[in-house]
Design a protein around this ligand. Sequence first.
Ligand SMILES: [Zn+2]
Length: 141
Amino acid sequence: MVKCEKCGFDNPTNLKFCGNCGARLGAIAETPKFEGLALLHITASAYLIISLIFNALVQASMMFIIPYIASALLGFYAGYEFYIGKISKYLKFVSALAIIIGLASTFLLFWIGLEIRGVIGPAWVIFIINLWILWKERARL
Ligand SMILES: [Zn+2]
């Protein structure tokens, strides 16, 4: 049974229009939600911006500054689009690009941080999780 959104009448599942009021059934199509991906992208992007502002090692080289900014901007964009459920055919590529750039640059920073015994958080972990969730959701995108 499908409950009519307008009048609440229970209709058999094979009907397109409500048998009671004539309203289109399922007209309010459910927008797929990608809150997990949105949250991961926004968290990762926020982390990159905070690192960019406060981490001297990041500021020391364009090798970090450029990919940090690129990944953060792509990530904020992808996160926003996932949040509002506006899924264009390019979104998964934007999302993957933000993740790959972020993963590569934060992993490199982590590696250099280990070498000089700096206190560098493993931010790349969040990009691994983000990539995993994107892979799991790929069929819906
Ligand atoms: Zn109805």
